[in-house]
Design a protein around this ligand. Structure first.
Ligand SMILES: NC(=O)C1=CN([C@@H]2O[C@H](COP(=O)(O)OP(=O)(O)OC[C@H]3O[C@@H](n4cnc5c(N)ncnc54)[C@H](OP(=O)(O)O)[C@@H]3O)[C@@H](O)[C@H]2O)[C@@H](O)CC1
Ligand SMILES: [K+]
Length: 485
């Protein structure tokens, strides 16, 4: 698992290390790592044009020292000082000694011809949207030809939440130091960070409160059948979804459960005929969930409607002592009767998108991890908050940010696939928060695989699930999420 950290956690770890190392050591490690990544990205350094945007803090210091490294290797480096009086003195001296030029935001920045732009305006010390002079120079950099590389954090992105309250540096690569900051992989920040490179500066970090699963983590949680398994021991999932008029959600949800966990899937609901026709492997009843037979977890909600019958079916499922995944229409109904969820003792997983989340009484806002944690704590349930980077949080605050999302998943029916898939993992006995995080990861990888063939529809995801799981099991242990690290 990859740990994700806040600025305060990184600062606390830095302080310990700063006290134990000669002055400037950490910045030298950071700057050397940064320059090494830049050398790799540039390929050829001699004669390349580099513009360093340097703010007044240590982030600017990192960038200036890295600029000095590149200048010593023959790059033509221009440092643009946003606050010349307060620029990092040692970094500036190093750059000058290495032959770099220095100017202000209104001087000859070289941005219009740069091969590489290093963003050292602000790092974890940034607060709020970028101030006007910084915002203006970032805008010029973004319209220029240079490769956009952010130092530690893209300036203007909140390192903790990924919020982007104003202008921000749209990086193609972010070279981050010591630990991955949560804001690089969640919310809007994810889109500004580009590919993230982690440079080790020797920090000793405490256990993280937020994690990202790797392919290997997920493969270890989605076990293949053991030789002694039968159809019941692999986990039996029950699906309550769809309606006679709209069987599609039921067909997708059931199909995903079958493809994720081909032990046994039961279906209860009015789309029984459609499900039977699409998936003859399913044991189907058009009666109540209690008529379906024994299951180890329920998925309830996609396309089931919100009428009185649906309400009573939802109440029946939530009254069981089994894990339940609540999605779509069932979320709408649960938001009106949240005590049905609160008083459960067995695990519950809620899978809202932002509008469904708001039905529980508050908007998601810019801090998506915080929002998922709040609702999870309030309801005593695992919350899987869907998004570009889906967030999963447990009532105790444990949280995951998914790293495999793809914009191709923004199409009808993909949520039904996620709930069937995740419900199947829940039925295998995985802790609910892990089933949800693993479900989101597999869903994203299935989206990527399906999108290799062109624009995807939700049924493609179902079709791709077996190959996705097989690929996950073959993935090298260090293949990480697509936040790029
Ligand atoms: N600690 C260590 O040993 C190591 C730290 N390292 C590096 O240090 C970085 C943290 O450095 P830091 O603490 O100096 O803060 P930093 O991110 O440079 O920002 C402060 C400056 O930004 C300004 N500013 C703030 N908001 C702004 C805005 N919206 N728009 C515009 N400007 C804004 C603020 O201005 P002020 O408020 O003071 O006027 C001040 O000038 C960290 O990210 C990593 O890169 C590495 O070298 C490893 C070792
Ligand atoms: K930066």
């Amino acid at each position: 698992m990859i740990g994700l950290y806040t600025a305060a956690e990184v600062r606390a770890a830095e302080e310990l290390l700063l006290a134990a190392t000669p002055e400037g050591t950490l910045m030298q490690r950071a700057a050397t790592g940064l320059a090494t990544v830049c050398l790799g990205l540039l390929g050829r350094v001699h004669g390349t044009r580099v513009t360093v945007l340097a703010g007044a803090g240590n982030n600017g210091g990192d960038a200036l020292f890295a600029g000095a490294h590149l200048a010593r290797r023959g790059a033509r480096v221009t440092a643009v000082l946003l606050d010349p009086e307060r620029a990092h003195a040692a970094g500036l001296a190093a750059l000058r000694t290495a032959g770099g030029w220095v100017t202000g935001p209104d001087g000859p920045t070289g941005l219009e011809r740069a091969d590489l732009v290093l963003d050292g305006i602000v790092g974890i010390g940034g607060r709020g949207g970028l101030r006007p002079p910084a915002a203006a120079v970032v805008e010029r950099a973004a319209t220029g030809p240079g490769l956009m590389v952010a130092v530690d954090v893209p300036s203007g992105v909140d390192a903790d939440t990924g919020a982007v309250p104003g202008a921000a540096f749209p990086a193609q690569h972010t070279v981050t130091f010591g630990a991955l900051k949560t804001g690089l992989v969640v919310g809007e920040g994810r889109g500004y960070a580009g590919r993230v490179h982690l440079v080790d500066i020797g920090l000793a970090l405490p256990p993280a409160g937020v994690h990202q699963l790797t392919d290997a983590d997920v493969a270890a949680r989605v076990r293949p059948p053991h030789p002694g398994d039968d159809k019941y021991t692999q986990g039996v999932v029950g699906v309550v979804a769809g309606s006679s008029t709209y069987p599609g959600a039921a067909v997708l949800c059931t199909g995903a459960a079958l493809r994720a966990r081909p032990g046994l899937v039961r279906y209860a609901g009015t789309a029984a005929a459609g499900v039977r026709a699409a998936w003859p492997e399913t044991i189907v009843t058009d009666g109540r969930p209690s008529d379906a037979g024994r299951v180890q977890a329920w998925v309830v909600g996609p396309g089931m409607g919100t009428d009185d019958d649906a309400r009573s079916v939802l109440a029946e499922v939530l009254a069981t002592d089994l894990p339940v995944l609540v999605d779509a229409d069932a979320l709408t109904m649960a938001a009106q009767q949240p005590d049905l969820v609160r008083r459960r003792e067995a695990p519950t997983v809620l899978t809202p998108h932002d509008r469904e989340y708001a039905r529980f009484g508050a908007e998601v806002g810019e801090d998506r991890v915080g929002a998922a944690r709040r609702l999870a704590a309030d309801l005593g349930a695992v919350v899987l908050l869907k998004g570009d980077a889906t967030v999963v949080a447990a009532p105790d605050g444990a949280a995951y940010v998914n790293g495999t999302g793809t914009p191709w998943l923004a199409t009808a029916g993909t949520g039904d696939v996620l709930s069937g898939l995740t419900g199947a993992l829940l039925a295998t006995g995985l802790p609910a928060v892990e089933a949800a995080a693993a479900g989101a990861h597999v869903h994203g990888r299935a989206g990527q695989l399906a999108a290799e063939e062109g624009p995807l529809i939700a049924s493609d995801l179902v079709r791709c699930l077996p190959a996705t799981l097989a690929r996950l099991r073959r993935a090298p242990a260090d293949r990480l999420g697509d936040s790029g690290v």
